[in-house]
Design a protein around this ligand. Structure first.
Ligand SMILES: Cc1cc2nc3c(=O)[nH]c(=O)nc-3n(C[C@H](O)[C@H](O)[C@H](O)COP(=O)(O)OP(=O)(O)OC[C@H]3O[C@@H](n4cnc5c(N)ncnc54)[C@H](O)[C@@H]3O)c2cc1C
Length: 511
């Protein structure tokens, strides 16, 4: 008889684990998901035929395993058959082994151009920042001189020791550039002053950025423009382009859940876990309620959790030591909401996937232009479908406002930015995503003790983004799931290889 594997959460990590386990002859996965949909943060929301991707998910990875995995579900759309994919100059393996012989013709990955810019005081700047003639023109010659002067000051007299993120940025860019291009956006994202965030954060997240790089990138683009327009080549660099499912990331995760279910996995939506029972350092069973409040107690051979550690720890019965409960409770997150706005048109033509809004006059942090992710995200192609992203905390006054009040703010802000007047708005909606970013603040400095405690529960495996309280992208989240399944199937005891995934600093999106 097959053993039961309980998987908590049907996001990329949970579904990858379910799919991988469903292929074995040993385990039947039961996925318990709190919401009504699959995909977690990587879901696609449909509002009156228009689709929202929370965050805008570029599909890019260094891992051949993940690339093959994605393309086995959603092959690259026709027309790119002969194209070679590269990432940071390295050729990527593209599978021809697709899972389905008969496939819906819309189940494809598109290759999309990547364009994101900074929007500051009505002007556009390259993202990541490039110091080229255009940038100098936009900043103005006098201000550019001050930028240079403050950069030289930072080189001659760097802040030592580098304690805060503010120190980190000033040492690399100079005070003036930091104040213009880094301070406001970073503070919008994290809701904390850069002077309150440890410098370590910068080392982990923005290690690849420096003034030298900004200049080199700018100069390279001027002298070798063809390098940056790979359209005509048979080589497609996934730095300037990215893969994207025709109907957004949720399309992939819907398909994965369908196949896992076909292989025998069970998926229960609107399930609420009540307790995770531990006996002799192993999970023995899980109690949960279904959508009708019916209570179940199910025995589990293994439990794979992709839910936040903060929520997981209090579910453990008998309760963990007080110290462990305190560390879990003290973990911090940044919450996120997106206001979808349907516009007749914008004032300026926007080719971008997304814009970083550095202007301090508005609260919006980023604006997604969903038309440019995939035209199929928009019902009427003549309209412009945007997502205004707000970073907030669930206990902020901003978050606590009614949906309609936040939508009103968003409409006013798009007008204040000069991107579209309020009378261009046809319709709007809102989607809230709590715990979108696990933060390396709060009790995170004591995280090792928590990790050690949870690792000691032999058949409990933590995977994914909030599941490991780690800034994991989809590919990392999936790799942690695949590694957990490997450990389970091979009956290994050491779980450290799961924690080793995504420890390379240079890998992050911000680079
Ligand atoms: C703004 C933003 C932009 C991003 N951009 C990219 C990108 O460009 N490329 C990329 O690859 N990645 C990107 N990511 C990261 C990507 O979204 C995550 O890596 C991925 O979704 C994590 O998968 P997961 O399964 O670990 O967690 P999640 O996606 O968070 O899924 C967890 C699931 O668990 C469920 N759950 C939570 N609590 C419970 C509970 N108590 N009981 C039952 N179920 C529960 C949730 O409902 C959810 O379905 C981005 C993320 C954000 C926020």
């Amino acid at each position: 008889m097959k053993q039961k594997a309980v998987i908590i959460g049907a996001g990329p990590a949970g579904l990858t684990a379910a799919y991988e386990l469903s292929k074995t002859n040993t385990f039947t996965p039961l996925i318990l998901e709190r919401s009504k949909r699959v995909g977690g943060l990587s879901t696609t929301i449909t509002y009156k035929g228009n689709k929202i991707d929370i965050g805008g998910h570029r599909f890019f990875t260094k891992s051949d395993t993940i690339m093959q995995w994605w393309l086995s579900f959603l092959p690259i759309e026709k027309g790119y058959g002969k194209s070679e994919l590269t990432y940071h100059g390295r050729k990527q393996a593209v599978t021809s082994k697709h899972l389905f012989q008969k496939r819906n013709k819309n189940d494809v990955m598109m290759i999309r151009n990547r364009l994101s810019r900074i929007y500051y005081k009505g002007k556009f700047f390259e993202y990541p920042l490039e110091l080229n003639l255009k940038t100098i023109q936009s900043i103005g010659v006098l201000d550019s001189f001050w930028f240079l002067f403050s950069y030289i000051q930072a080189i001659v007299r760097p802040i030592k020791p580098e304690i805060t993120l503010e120190d980190f940025f000033i040492n690399r860019f100079g005070k003036k550039l930091y104040e213009t291009f880094f301070k406001t956006y970073t503070e919008k994202v994290w809701g904390k002053k850069c002077s309150e965030i440890p410098a370590l954060w910068g080392k982990q997240r923005v290690k690849g950025l420096s003034m030298k790089k900004a200049v080199v990138n700018g100069v390279l683009k001027m002298i070798r423009p063809q390098h940056f327009s790979p359209n005509k080549k048979t080589e497609t660099s996934l730095i300037e382009k990215f893969l994207y499912p025709k109907y957004g990331p949720g399309q992939l995760w819907n398909l994965v859940s369908k196949v896992a279910k076909k292989n025998g996995a069970e998926l229960k939506f609107e399930s609420e876990i009540e307790s995770i029972h531990i006996q002799n350092s192993r999970v023995s069973s899980i109690t949960y309620r279904d959508r009708n409040q019916k209570k179940y107690k199910t025995a589990a051979s293994v439990v794979i959790s992709s839910i936040s550690i903060q929520e997981l720890v209090p579910l453990i019965t008998p309760p963990p030591p007080k110290k462990i409960l305190q560390i879990a409770a003290g973990l911090e997150y940044r919450d996120f909401l997106v206001v979808g706005i349907l516009l007749k048109k914008t004032t300026v033509k926007l080719h971008d996937n997304w814009l970083y809004i550095h202007d301090p006059i508005v609260k919006v942090g980023r604006i997604q232009i969903f038309n440019n992710w995939s035209p199929s995200m928009v019902k009427d192609k003549k309209t412009v479908w945007i997502g205004m992203e707000y970073f907030s905390n669930t206990d902020d006054d901003f978050w606590k406002q009614k949906d309609i009040e936040i939508i009103t703010i968003a409409k006013k802000e798009i007008a204040a930015l000069g991107l579209a007047s309020e009378d261009m708005v046809i319709d709007a909606t809102i989607y809230r995503a709590p715990k979108a970013y696990p933060a390396y603040t709060g009790s995170y400095s004591q995280f090792e003790a928590l990790k050690r405690y949870l690792n000691r529960i032999e058949n409990l495996f933590l995977i994914g983004r909030n599941g490991m309280h780690k800034y994991n992208n989809q590919d990392h989240s999936m790799l942690t799931a695949i590694e957990a399944v490997n450990i389970i199937v091979e009956k290994r005891r050491d779980k450290n290889s799961i924690w080793d995934i995504n420890t390379e600093e240079e890998y992050h999106e911000t680079k």
